[in-house]
Design a protein around this ligand. Structure first.
Ligand SMILES: [Ca+2]
Ligand SMILES: [Ca+2]
Length: 305
């Protein structure tokens, strides 16, 4: 009876021990799996960033070669076509280069001494009108970046407005480094910003608009008398190889635009490259400056969209 009890006890302990060992092994296996997955994710992320930087070098070569080939930039050129998705080990890469001088540079609203440039404020008003947005944002934006703290009349906004908000903050009073800073200006909401964002840029200093690549609303902003039909005609005329003589094309539709507003080439481009490896997906945005000394990345940011 006792012996029987004893052997039952041993069997029970053995069973418990086996269960315990099995649990430890399973836990270890699960832990190793988690570690493997994390290691793979870190590895894939590193690889994805390397691939993105490789794509950036490739794009730099394309832009450099383009400058050697010709002096103008238009949407029929190689850089302007979307880079098709390319398979890479365990994933894919694709990208797109955008001419940032196809947009209205918000920093044109001030001159190089930080004073408001009224011509550009008027042009920004035309752009806002073309987008069906409140033209008062032009004065409010100009105040946000001009160096003084005196509100423009009638649409300005300086510290007296922003310090009354909850939480209070002060006017930027200097040029923008990112258009997203405009989210802070008086009256700006997400819906307005979304509509405006594809047509504006925040480039260092003042830049020309490239009429060969400008978006339709930006073309519209060049003259307050421009009609939607004019814009349509201009866009179909520039298709393929850009305008052969922009001044002539604009005067043919009865608009005299100063030559300083009719840029035909670009120095600032933005590369967006998306890399997917395994479950990792990264987006690299790279602001590229193309000058006489070559093409230089001047601002990079990583995103997940
Ligand atoms: Ca070119
Ligand atoms: Ca100001």
């Amino acid at each position: 009876m006792n012996r029987h009890k004893k052997s039952r006890g041993v069997a029970l302990i053995t069973a418990l021990l086996i269960t315990a060992l099995a649990t430890i092994i399973v836990t270890n296996l699960a832990w190793d799996n988690v570690m493997d997955r994390q290691r793979a994710t870190v590895l894939h992320r590193d690889q994805a960033i390397q691939v993105a930087l490789g794509a950036e070098s490739w794009v730099i070569d394309i832009l450099r070669q383009d400058l050697q080939d010709n002096q103008t930039d238009h949407l029929g050129e190689i850089w302007a076509s979307e880079l098709p998705g390319l398979p890479i080990e365990g994933g894919e890469v694709f990208g797109v280069i955008e001419d940032l001088q196809a947009r209205f540079n918000i920093n044109n609203l001030v001159d190089n001494r930080g004073r408001v440039d009224q011509d550009s404020v008027d042009q920004f008003k035309h752009l806002l009108n073309a987008l069906g947005l409140d033209p008062r944002f032009a004065g409010i934006t100009a105040d946000w970046i001009d160096s003084d703290t005196d509100p423009l009349f009638p649409d300005g906004a300086e510290d007296s407005i922003y310090t009354g908000l909850t939480p209070p903050y002060r006017t930027n009073n200097q040029s923008l480094t990112s258009v997203s800073e405009l989210a802070a200006i008086e009256g700006m909401d997400r819906a307005t910003f979304r509509l405006l964002e594809p047509h504006i840029s925040a480039l260092p200093g003042r830049t020309e608009i490239n009429v060969n690549t400008a978006t339709a609303p930006v073309l519209m902003s060049l003259d307050e008398n421009m009609t939607a039909a004019n814009v349509e005609a201009l866009i179909s005329e520039r298709e393929g190889a850009g305008f052969s003589d922009p001044a002539a094309s604009f005067s043919a539709i009865g608009l005299t635009i100063p030559p300083s507003k009719l840029g035909e080439s670009s120095q600032y481009f933005r590369l967006k490259v998306v890399v997917r490896i395994g479950t990792v997906r990264i987006t690299l945005y790279s602001l590229l400056l193309r000058g006489t000394n070559g093409v230089t990345p001047i601002l990079r940011s990583l995103g997940t969209t």
